[in-house]
Design a protein around this ligand. Structure first.
Ligand code: CP
Ligand code: NVA
Length: 302
C-alpha cells in the first residue's frame, strides 16, 4: 500500500529512526561525492500554491541527486489554478508521476489529494502543518546535540504551522516543548489539546517569552506573519514586539543553547540580527538538512 507524509503525528516511533539513519547515510554519501541513484527513472511532481525557496530547491535537487527528476508545477500555470478539481488532478497525475509534493493553504486539500491519488503524497507546508521542516529540524538537533531526548525546545512567536508541527513532535517524541505566543495567536486548539494529553515530556504554553526560554536547549522562532497573512503584517509587528529571540532571551536559556529558525527570517522582528548571525545560530546547517532528510523521505515513500 502506498504511504503518504501528511503530518508527523501519523509516524510510528520506528519510522523516525529509519529516517535519521537514511538521512545520515545519504548526507555522508553526498559529502564523499558518491553517486546514489536509488530513484532512477522516478518523477516527483511538486505543486506550489505558495512561494518557496528551500522546499523547492531541496526537493528538486534531492530528486536529481537520487537519479530521478522533479517537476515544478506552479498552480497558477496549471489547470488546477483554473479550477480543475482535486480528485481529477490527483487520479490523473498518479498515471504520470511516482510521487507528489504539495504546498498549499488548507490541510484538507492535501489530505483529499492523498485520498484520491494512488501515489505517495508529501505535505510541503499547509496553513496547519510543516512536517518536512520539523523532521529535518529534529535531525539537526540530533546531529548537533547527539540526541533530542529530554531536551527542552522553546518556540517563541506565532502559533502557526511550524508551532503546530512542534506540538505533534512533542506528542510523539521525548522532547520537552515550551511555547510562548501572544494571546489570540495560540497554536491550533485541537493539536494542542491532543499534544498536551499525549506528550512524553510535557508541552507548556506561556505568555511570557522569558519564562518559556528558561533553561532551553533550543530556542526556535518563525515569522510573525506567515504566507497568506501579509495584510496583517503591520498589526502583527506591534502585537509580537516582545516575542523576539534576542540577547536578553538567550540569557534565560542554557549556555550552550542552539538557535533555530526555519527561514525565511525577518531580522529585527522575530529574531535580532546579532543572534541569527551569532555563534549559537545553526540556521544554515538547518536549511541544508532539509535536503538530506527529504531525500530519505523520498527514498522511503517512492
Ligand atoms: N523553511 C521553508 O520551508 O522555506 P521555503 O518557504 O523557502 O520553502
Ligand atoms: N510559517 C511560515 C513558514 C515558512 C517556511 C509560513 O507559513 O509562511
Amino acid at each position: 500500500m502506498k504511504k503518504d507524509l501528511l503530518s508527523i503525528y501519523e509516524l510510528e516511533t520506528a519510522d523516525y529512526d529509519i529516517i535519521w539513519k537514511k538521512a545520515a547515510r545519504l548526507k555522508k554519501l553526498l559529502k564523499e561525492g558518491k553517486e546514489h541513484a536509488s530513484l532512477k527513472g522516478k518523477t516527483l511532481g511538486m505543486i506550489f500554491d505558495k512561494s518557496s525557496t528551500r522546499t523547492r530547491i531541496s526537493f528538486e535537487v534531492g530528486m536529481y541527486q537520487l537519479g530521478g527528476i522533479a517537476l515544478f508545477l506552479n498552480s497558477r500555470d496549471t489547470q488546477i489554478g483554473r479550477g480543475e478539481i482535486i480528485s481529477d488532478s490527483a487520479r490523473m497525475m498518479s498515471r504520470y508521476l511516482n510521487g507528489i509534493m504539495i504546498r498549499t493553504f488548507a490541510q484538507d486539500s492535501v489530505e483529499e489529494f492523498a485520498r484520491c491519488a494512488s501515489i505517495p503524497v508529501i505535505n510541503g507546508l499547509t496553513d496547519l502543518l510543516h512536517p518536512c521542516q520539523i523532521l529535518s529540524d529534529l535531525f539537526t538537533i540530533k546531529e548537533k546535540k547527539g540526541s533530542y531526548d529530554k531536551l527542552k525546545i522553546t518556540y517563541i512567536g506565532d502559533g502557526n504551522n511550524v508551532a503546530n508541527t512542534w506540538i505533534e513532535a512533542a506528542a510523539k517524541l521525548p522532547i520537552e516543548l515550551a511555547l510562548a505566543c501572544p494571546e489570540g495567536y495560540d497554536p491550533d486548539k485541537q493539536i494542542m489539546a491532543r499534544g498536551t494529553k499525549e506528550a512524553k515530556e510535557g508541552i507548556t504554553l506561556y505568555r511570557d517569552p522569558l519564562e518559556a526560554a528558561k533553561n532551553a536547549d533550543v530556542l526556535y522562532t518563525d515569522v510573525w506573519a506567515s504566507m497568506g497573512q501579509e495584510s496583517e503584517q503591520e498589526e502583527r509587528k506591534k502585537i509580537f514586539k516582545n516575542y523576539q529571540i534576542n540577547k536578553r532571551i538567550l540569557k534565560e536559556a542554557k549556555k550552550d543553547v542552539m538557535v533555530m529558525h526555519c527561514l525565511p527570517a525577518h531580522r529585527g522582528e522575530e529574531i535580532s540580527s546579532d543572534v541569527i548571525d551569532g555563534p549559537q545560530s545553526v540556521v544554515i546547517d538547518q536549511a541544508e538538512n532539509r535536503l538530506h532528510v527529504q531525500k530519505a523521505i523520498l527514498e522511503i515513500l517512492l
